[in-house]
Ligand binder design. Structure first.
Ligand code: ADP
Length: 327
């Protein structure tokens, strides 16, 4: 059995009358990426603040890096790194000075500090910027510096609170690459995000937080299987063909008609067998659809179904991905 980097049982937190976390359980195996996904205000940052010892929980059995949060917060602090909305980067000094300051905090010798700083600045492509004040850095560079600073202490567990919020697509992909490399080195990553795509891309396991509770937990594939939503969509240009197809198919299967778009939606698992029997049926009835698309449920569907949130944030400056996958 692999040991757990993070284990929370019955984690509770309220602010006044407001229950923010209502007895949630989390288990994150060492060396994996765990993503806590949820709409704004779901309580994600509160979880990170509690697990990283910045805020105390009202109740719960909480262990991070094998240490009890209540009994030994110092040991937890020594095992973790935190980056995110409360960034440690000081804008007034240079990137290199930020790194050296961090090395001092971790009691590295001067020579060791310089060596570690140089290696990390190189790794995160910040050598050229190293002598410039951090306030002149772009958003992506600041996040890279923030992670580099976190790594000075060689933490085995890293909390990343919405690490790519506000970044352009290129910087986001660089950040994903960095996260993958951390995991390859054996680091455990606890990642909060509002972006389904990000959780799908990076996480071994995902928990959907909604209204202070874990609405679902599993791999991306397991979550997708939780909800129905797979269907085949047929589109027509001729209203007559649309009508004929609807009545022919209704004799053998459930059909939802989208009259405005001259489309039909037939529930389906999208398998080859299902597709063939539908095509046979259309052939027999002499019907030719103008377009056929297979829709498999994605994390968006899961998110809608579990959180009832209609507004799923999308990374800025990227066109919405079409939900229908044409096979
Ligand atoms: P998320 O990170 O998912 O957006 P947060 O953890 O920041 O959510 O917040 C969850 C809820 O807890 C919100 O309703 C927020 O207003 C409330 N909250 C967070 N911190 C405090 C605080 N210090 N005092 C009062 N309410 C808070």
């Amino acid at each position: 059995m692999t040991s757990l980097a993070i284990a929370a049982n019955g984690l509770r937190k309220s602010y006044g009358d407001k229950v923010v976390l209502d007895a949630i359980d989390l288990a994150v195996p060492e060396g994996t990426v765990f993503s806590l996904l949820g709409p704004n205000g779901a309580g994600k940052t509160t979880v990170v603040k509690i697990l990283s010892t910045l805020v105390t929980a009202d109740d719960g059995d909480l262990r991070v890096g094998g240490h009890d949060l209540g009994a030994d917060p110092q040991a937890v602090r020594a095992a973790i790194g935190v980056t995110g909305q409360f960034s440690a980067v000081d804008g007034l000094i240079t990137g290199e000075e930020n790194m050296l300051l961090m090395a001092d905090l971790h009691h590295l010798t001067r020579a060791e500090g310089r060596r570690v700083a140089a290696r990390l600045l190189e790794r995160f492509d910040l050598v050229e910027a190293a002598k410039k004040p951090a306030s002149t850095y772009s958003g992506g560079m600041k996040r890279r510096l923030d992670i580099a600073m976190t790594l000075v202490g060689s933490p085995r567990i890293i909390f990343l609170d919405e690490p790519t919020t506000g970044l352009d697509p290129r910087s986001r992909h660089t950040m994903w690459q960095i996260i993958r490399e951390l995991v390859r080195d054996g680091v455990t990553v606890f990642l909060t995000t509002q972006y389904l795509e990000e959780a799908d891309e990076l996480a071994d396991r995902i928990a959907v937080l909604n209204d202070g509770r874990i609405a679902a937990e599993g791999t991306a594939d397991e979550l997708k299987r939780l909800i129905p939503g797979g269907h085949i969509r047929l589109r027509f240009t001729d209203p007559g063909a649309h009508r004929t197809a609807a009545s022919a198919l209704r004799q053998v299967t459930e059909v939802t008609s989208d009259d405005e778009n001259l489309a039909l939606r037939i529930p389906s698992d999208g398998s080859q067998h299902a597709l063939r029997s539908l095509l046979d049926r259309l052939d027999t009835a002499g019907i030719e659809a103008d377009e056929l698309t297979v829709h498999t449920p994605d994390l968006d569907d899961v998110f809608f179904a579990l959180t009832g949130t209609a507004e799923v944030p999308r990374p800025q400056s990227e066109p919405d991905q079409p939900k229908e996958n044409v096979r």
